[in-house]
Design a protein around this ligand. Sequence first.
Ligand code: PLP
Length: 497
Amino acid sequence: MHVAAHLTAAPAREASTSASASPAQHRAPYLEALAAHGQRKPGRMHVPGHGGGSGADPALLALLGDAPFRVDLPRDLSGVDAGPSPTPYDQAEELAAAAHGAGRTWFLTNGATQGNHAICLALAGDGARVLVQRNCHGSVVDGLVLSGAEPAYALPEYDARLGIAGPVTPATLRAALAEDRRIAVVVLVSPTYYGEVADVAACAQVAHEAGAVLVVDGAWGPHFGFHPALPQCPLRLGADVLLTSTHKHAGSLTQSAMLHVAPGREAIQARLERSVRMLRSTSPSSLLLASLDASRRQLALRGGRVLGDAIAVAARLRERLAALPGCAVRDAADPLRVAVDIRGTGAAAEALAEALRDGHDVHPELVTPTCLLFVVPLGLTPDGADDVADALAAAIAETASVTDRLYPVVGAPALPAVAISPRAAFLGATEVVPRTAAVGRICAEAISAYPPGIPLLLPGERIAAVDVDALLAMRAAGARLHGAADPQLSTLTVVAE
Ligand SMILES: Cc1ncc(COP(=O)(O)O)c(C=O)c1O
């Protein structure tokens, strides 16, 4: 089936449905300036060398048409992002800040990954203590490698039935901050991959009472705050810094994201400004930037309708999936994330997913031994949701069920001891040693098992026998090991002595 056929197109003209959107939000200044420049068909004696399409590969041109090439433009174009201030580009970032309740917003063209790197470089410098949610995205740990900070970790809530990691509670945060009073920055993930949210308001209070800055990696929640049925935007709940992966749920192009700082945090803003500048390409994609400007306008003006429609379709999908034999649908704060517990079907999740993909051309976001996770895209129609449910029903019927099948789920890992910073472990000399000889050594790689998606070992941590045993148990239980240089785990990469 073709879900794409059930995605509704956005109307060409913006019709405001959000009573609270300011008149300025009707503009998309960067998108408009770029379009005006491209439509003039100016003499392009500059990069990019495709010449606005004339020099592009014919197959690529046939696929995309020439429109994207005409507006694929370099930086520093007068009247677009150069000239009298504020330029259309400046205005676009200002409008995004206003829409999110931020003091300053930066457009990013290397995803939320770039944002996490910038956050670590700006706020968690060499030797600084930073508290990080253990099931953070790998880009946070990579950011610590870049910055040299020393992490402490907070374990998330964990649903041991399904092997799903959740958010960090305010109580866990309070205890972690009480244990190490040098912590000046806290990095939490909300929402999680499964659409669960932390109590951001309470966590902000706890962090601020301890004198720490609260960063929320809201990569999965760029649509939050733009519809009453969705959780509030974390900035409006007290977060100091927020990262949103706009491409994940808010309609911009893949790899585009936004970094926001709350109003009145001038010192943090100045530090982020430097780091973003350092990590930015000198040739950011104008297409990605324009898609961010457009996505912000859509959320601000039509978020109520576009998101409302998607939420209604998601409710229909949930209802249909919950009625399938052996399926249970999990509740989540974000209704656009639909996790289906398939244990009752008796089928193996991977076999079910394969039948869905190969037989019905339906592609879930994530497959674990217990669940299929679907992301409901904006514009999905009720018929599209029905087709997904019908496809899953057929896939269940087609997939051999093994009634005595076990759905192995491993326990949440405990925290290993941090011996040296991730940076020192990453930059230092390493050696590959047999698994048994790795016990007692300092790990030089980042190894997570999915599920639960909580890293078991990160660079700089001393490897204990229980860690190796846990990894082996997870592998035996069917978990996929991510990040291990040797997926069989016969060897581990450790810091050289
Ligand atoms: C919590 C979290 N933060 C950051 C990222 C990185 O986002 P991006 O793919 O936009 O670089 C991800 C990606 O999945 C993520 O899950």
